[in-house]
Design a protein around this ligand. Structure first.
Ligand SMILES: Cc1ncc(COP(=O)(O)O)c(C=O)c1O
Length: 412
């Protein structure tokens, strides 16, 4: 990426030292760092515009409402959604999937089916599993290929006329591999059920921050992601849904802000998307998310994705040179992998690798990365995960590779 040094200067935290060493932050898949443009937008909002939204008829209330609604419009354009009314703000991806699972499954009949993949983050696995148990649905799990992607033949074989929902990730948070969502959408939508076709929900937590995502081109029915993984603040996430589907869905949370009229006998719901946003939302979070999206748009999502691909190739090449390292899912489609790489070092526990790297100023994640079924299937309880983002340099990956020798010295 051009002007990487200038870009890095936008991120105050990158000048920090850890144990006296320059911070090398390789844990962006868990949460990204924030540029000063996002930090400033949030403090400016609190310093000059804050009030509650959709309530007060006063200048601050109107400014705050405009800022919140503007964040929806910015998000809608970013995703190429047909309307900002298709954008619901949530706390994070996890909350979006809990809402989706409960809201959809409560209308299904006993014996209907939901399908997830073995590569799902728990946030797109556990809510469906729990709803399947609660509403007596059949919970099916689709296999993953050697390329770390959904096995399309297996998916096809699992679909029946009782399959109501397929919910899968766009990019694996363990392998960094990319599922071909538009092909999956064609397969899923071709499957007819008694009252329409199977719906496709997509976990965009790792894709929306890293690659151009066009919800109309993908033709997914729902897509969820989190602001904090894409330079934005924590506590704000997005659920995109096709308007005609959202209109038919019932809210799960009730109270102020989401109603049309309330009488002692009966309550009606407000218009989309407010009927799904009960109570005071995270207004400053929405402002921060809009600033993060504008920052990414300024770079250009194609450039963000190219940078990711380049770093993925580089990290994989360097790691493959390490004889005692096992990389999980080294096979992938060239030019189509996010820089998320999971590995183990022979005879050294992933947590030990991470804690020694920390002493070198390097932040990586160790564990099952909230993907236990996937770790069970690859036969390891824990891996080390390196993940990069727009501010990551090849030199940082070199520093990380060099530090692996220090890890070995401590443990061997
Ligand atoms: C693929 C994927 N889905 C969902 C999530 C959950 O995101 P959040 O914790 O922001 O809800 C993550 C977080 O790591 C993820 O990587």
């Amino acid at each position: 990426m051009q002007n990487l040094t200038a870009l890095r200067n936008d991120f105050p935290i990158l000048s920090r030292k850890i144990y006296g060493k320059p911070l090398v932050y390789l844990d962006s898949a868990a949460s990204s760092q924030k540029p000063k443009q996002v930090i400033d937008a949030i403090s400016k909002y609190y310093a000059t515009n804050h009030a509650n939204i959709h309530r007060g008829i006063h200048t601050l209330g109107e400014e705050a409402t405009a800022a919140y609604e503007d964040a929806k419009k910015v998000t809608a354009v970013f995703l190429n959604s047909r309307s900002w009314k298709e954008i619901i703000f949530t706390k994070n991806t996890t909350e979006a999937f809990n809402f989706l699972a409960y809201s959809l499954c409560q209308s299904f009949n006993k014996g209907d089916e939901v399908i997830v993949s073995r590569a799902e983050h728990h946030s797109n696995f556990v809510p469906w599993q729990q709803c399947a148990q609660k509403y007596e649905l059949v919970f099916k799990i689709v296999n993953i290929t050697a390329y770390g992607t959904i096995d399309l033949r297996h998916l096809q074989s699992l679909l029946t006329k009782r399959t109501k929902v397929v919910s899968i990730t766009h990019i694996s948070n363990v392998f960094g591999t990319v599922n071909d969502i538009s092909t999956i959408a064609k397969i899923v939508h071709k499957n007819k059920t008694e009252n329409g076709c199977t719906l496709l929900c997509v976990d965009g937590a790792q894709s929306v921050p890293h690659m151009p995502v066009d919800v109309q081109a993908l033709d997914c029915d729902f897509l969820a992601f989190s602001g904090h993984k894409m330079l934005g603040p924590t506590g704000i996430g997005v659920l995109y849904g096709k308007k005609e589907l959202l209109e038919r869905m019932e809210p799960l949370f009730f109270g102020g802000g989401m109603v049309g009229t309330v009488t002692e006998q009966k309550t009606t719901w407000g218009d989309l998307p407010l009927k799904f946003e009960a109570g005071t939302p995270h207004i400053a979070g929405a402002v921060g998310l809009a600033a993060a999206i504008k920052y990414l748009q300024n770079i250009g999502m194609k450039r963000v994705w190219n940078h990711d691909n380049e770093l993925a190739e580089y990290a994989l090449k360097k790691l493959k040179e390490q004889k005692d390292v096992t990389i999980y899912c080294p096979e992938y489609q060239k030019g189509n992998r996010c820089c998320v790489v999971s590995f183990t070092i022979k005879n050294i526990h992933a947590h030990d690798v991470s804690s020694i790297l920390d002493q070198e100023g390097i932040a990586v994640r160790a564990g099952h990365h909230c993907a236990q079924p996937l770790h069970d299937s690859i036969g390891v309880p824990a891996t080390v995960r390196l993940s990069a983002y727009v501010y990551t340099t090849k030199e940082e990956i070199d520093t990380f590779i060099f530090a692996l020798d220090k890890v070995r010295k401590v443990f061997q």
